[in-house]
Design a protein around this ligand. Structure first.
Ligand code: ARG
Length: 466
């Protein structure tokens, strides 16, 4: 279904009309356009143009009058876009050509001089870096807000005893404060990953032009400085072609979402009637249209689900980049939607979590009761026997027998009598009950990284300092 016709002056894309004898196929025009989604980088595109124009003027390639006209015109274009009055056109393909064409409509020939010594290839590579650099700032702020929420909960629940799990089987008692501080640590590394990736991407590709640089005596340090980049990139071919910085960003995002999916899963499990450890605030849940009793943990479930698309976006970008020869290829236009979707999804998930987490309430009795089941202090009994000089392997055996008795009599270890316990080892004395209690167990794990309330408070204090 080709829409070919001979070109007329009015309907040829003016950016490359010179070489073409027929107009772009109407479907191809829409198919190859990116303005529908890359318009979100308009601020960055305009900032890049301002820096480029100032640089051209500095090296005497652009007159002072032209520079003045360009800067005023760009202000006007930015205002129009912000006010929603800008007429985005598919025929002008992308954000770069839309802005340049409108600028030229507004200021005439000076607008046409702006693209001297520049290509959309270095322009888009610049825009994405500027855009991501800013979004990373927002993401780190949201991670920090979520971490603050976690600290609030950890402080409140530093002494709250719950079962710690391995294989989702009760393992040893821990405090809820300690559990959520594990989340804090995961998020801390996530924030660091974003910040590392931000540093690496903060290099200016501007001046790489189409691929080989330009014959004008451009000042790349100047534009880099103007745009807040650390320095210009070192190789023009690399600058316009690689999207590794976007892949790195999506990879940091995927790891973050994997972490959040784990937190989500725990919240969903804990909120179930079977566990009943926590209450999620109503405003973060929904009901069922048919079952009046239902209160569904939608927010954590949805965050868990969104991990799929964020992981998928990472795979999209990796696959997009794979095997691309140097330098720019149109494939790269496909980087934007997965990237933008990742930004939006990550910010949405973080926002929901940062609002929700501090409002979680604990059901202390249920947590405590659950920690008492499953012989969670068995290791404490073994450690007790080791302190009384029994080799650990023998102690393990003694405790195994005591647990078997507990199973058959329906008692927790702390509920067996001293006489019952002494059947298994004469080293057991009355002081054994100090270690068989849940409180004794958590308090004894009093070292850096341990679950003792004192350590949880120290971890919180350290976190607040940083
Ligand atoms: N819209 C394009 C992109 O997103 C801009 C660069 C186009 N360059 C080109 N040579 N066609 O990648």
């Amino acid at each position: 279904m080709s829409d070919k016709k001979q070109k007329t002056d009015a309907d040829t894309n003016s950016a490359w009309g010179g070489r073409f004898t027929e107009q772009t196929d109407a479907f191809v025009e829409a198919f190859t356009a990116s303005v529908q989604f890359d318009q979100r980088m308009y601020k960055q595109d305009i900032a890049g143009s301002r820096a480029h124009a100032k640089m051209l003027n500095k090296i005497a390639v652009l007159s002072g009058d032209d520079l003045t006209a360009i800067l005023a015109g760009l202000d006007k274009v930015e205002e129009e876009i912000r006010a929603g009055e800008f007429n985005w056109s598919i025929a002008r393909e992308d954000v770069h050509m839309n802005i340049e064409a409108r600028l030229t409509e507004l200021i005439g020939d000076a607008g046409k001089r702006l693209h001297t010594g520049r290509s959309r290839n270095d322009q888009v590579a610049t825009d994405i870096r500027l855009y991501l650099r800013e979004q990373i700032e927002f993401i780190i702020n949201e991670i920090t807000r979520l971490q603050h929420g976690i600290l609030t909960v950890a402080e409140r629940e530093a002494e709250t005893i719950m079962p710690g799990f391995t294989h989702l089987q009760v393992a040893q008692p821990v405090t809820f404060g300690h559990h959520v501080m594990a989340w804090y640590e995961m998020l801390k590394r996530d924030a660091e990953r974003f910040s590392d990736c931000q540093k690496r991407m903060n290099m200016s590709p501007l001046g790489a032009a189409a691929l080989a640089g330009t014959s004008y005596p451009i000042d790349r340090e100047f534009t880099a400085r103007e745009l807040g980049f650390t320095a210009p990139t070192q190789n023009s071919l690399d600058s316009v072609s690689d999207r590794d910085f976007a892949i790195e960003f999506c990879s940091a995002a995927a790891i973050l979402l994997v972490h959040m999916s784990r937190m989500s899963e725990e919240l969903v499990i804990w909120a179930s009637a079977q566990f009943d450890f926590i209450e999620l605030p109503d405003r973060f849940c929904t009901g069922s249209s048919i079952m009046p009793q239902k209160k569904n943990p939608d927010v954590p479930e949805l965050v868990r689900g969104k991990t799929g698309r964020v992981n998928g976006n990472l795979v999209s970008l990796l696959t997009l980049m794979k095997s691309q020869p140097l330098a720019y290829n149109k494939d790269n236009q496909e980087d934007k939607e997965p990237l933008f979707d990742t930004v939006d999804t990550v910010l949405g998930c973080l926002r929901a979590f940062a609002d929700m987490v501090p409002a979680i309430t604990c059901k202390h009795d249920n947590m405590y009761k659950a920690a008492k089941q499953g012989f969670s202090t068995a290791t404490d009994l073994a450690d007790y026997l080791v302190r009384k000089n029994l080799p650990f392997r023998d102690a393990h055996e003694v405790v195994g027998k005591a647990v078997a008795m507990g199973v058959s009599t329906g008692n927790d270890l702390s509920e067996l009598t001293l006489t019952q316990l002494q059947q298994f080892s004469d080293k057991i004395e009355a002081d054994v009950f100090d270690v068989l209690t849940l409180e004794g167990s958590v308090e004894s794990r009093n070292h850096v990284g341990g679950t003792a309330p004192e350590q949880v408070r120290k971890a919180i204090a350290l976190a607040r300092k940083t």
